[in-house]
Design a protein around this ligand. Structure first.
Ligand SMILES: [Zn+2]
Length: 323
């Protein structure tokens, strides 16, 4: 019932529309701190639905076909951001089982034992034995006593803290999250959350695509032009050296146009020679969509009808991109 609707909304040729899905983590079992995230069984189910309704293509090939007016009907590309090890361990085998490929955007500074700032916060909240903590010593406006006794307390704590820390200036943010882990009296945090260089090479060898996602995952809109250029080039150079081939795709960290990157960032990415770049703005890609601001979207529903209906609605949505 959904496939004819999607065929109607996503025809082939010059009027074609490309859906691009975005994922981050692919945990094997559900994480009680993030119950809305798909576990392996859930991801398997979602890939099954997508395979019935859509034709899954590699992102670069799909965009090239769209430019030529030759994109097939019901075209969809799958992407993952950041470079989590579960992308290699859990997502890749499931993608291969369904005969699909995906593009993985890697924040390269965290390869081989690194940890993103948000995971320092998450893992400290997960590991702490404290029932509550006073965050006044962090000096972050509005943060005081935090309850940590139950799992719902900890989920609520992360819901408060992650958005508050996200837009702190880059060096300050790192210092604040390290201070936070000390306040929670957690001194051992995992160093195996992100992929190794060898796992990135393995993804590529198994037919997946690799794209750049900066070195340290800064908010590029808050970076100087020199810092932004260094972050983008550093991640591309690292991946090109690993893979021994050009890397022509880029994903903006956090990815909201105007808030996380601005017009100058888009121009920079284009001038650096990337063939395309992806955002986290929802909507669908058509022939005239800015190649350096491609929209992405993933429904959060857990039933096929709702999931498919939301994808169908996204096929009718114009992305809000920078002019
Ligand atoms: Zn990211």
């Amino acid at each position: 019932m959904l496939r004819p609707l999607i065929s109607l909304l996503s025809p082939r040729g010059p009027r074609a529309r490309l859906s691009i899905l975005i994922f981050h983590r692919a945990p094997r079992v559900a994480d009680p701190l993030f119950p809305a995230e798909l576990d392996a069984a859930g991801f398997d189910r979602v890939l099954g639905w997508i395979g019935r309704w859509f034709k899954v293509l590699p992102l670069d090939a799909a965009v090239q076909a769209l430019d030529r007016g030759e994109l097939p009907a019901r075209a969809l590309a799958i992407t993952f951001d950041d470079g989590y090890a579960d992308n290699h361990d859990v997502a890749m085998p499931l993608l291969r089982k369904h005969g699909m490929s995906a593009t993985f955007f890697i924040a390269t500074d965290f390869l081989d034992g690194g940890r993103m700032w948000n995971d320092t916060v998450v893992e400290a909240v997960r590991a702490t034995r404290l029932d509550a903590v006073d965050l006044a010593p962090l000096g972050v406006c509005g943060l005081g006593r935090l309850e940590l006794r139950t799992v719902p307390d900890r989920r609520a704590a992360l819901g408060t803290l992650l958005p508050r820390f996200k837009y702190l200036a880059h060096p300050q943010r790192q210092a604040v999250v390290e201070h936070f882990a000390r306040l929670l009296q957690v001194d051992r945090l995992p160093d195996d959350l992100m992929m190794s260089s060898a796992q990135v090479v393995a993804l590529r060898r198994y037919g997946m695509q690799i794209g750049a996602h900066t070195g340290s995952h800064p908010i590029l809109a808050l970076s100087t032009p020199e810092q932004a250029r260094d972050e983008i080039v550093r991640s591309r150079d690292k991946l090109q050296a690993l893979l021994q081939e050009p890397v022509g795709m880029f994903a903006y960290p956090n990815g909201k146009p105007g808030r996380d990157f601005h017009r100058g960032t888009v121009d920079l990415v284009r001038q650096l020679g990337f063939a395309l770049a992806v955002t986290t703005s929802p909507g669908v890609t058509r022939m005239g969509t800015d190649r350096w601001q491609l929209p992405r979207f993933t429904p959060w529903d857990r039933t096929p009808v709702r999931f498919g209906a939301r994808l169908a609605r996204n096929l009718q949505r114009e992305p809000a991109l920078l002019g």
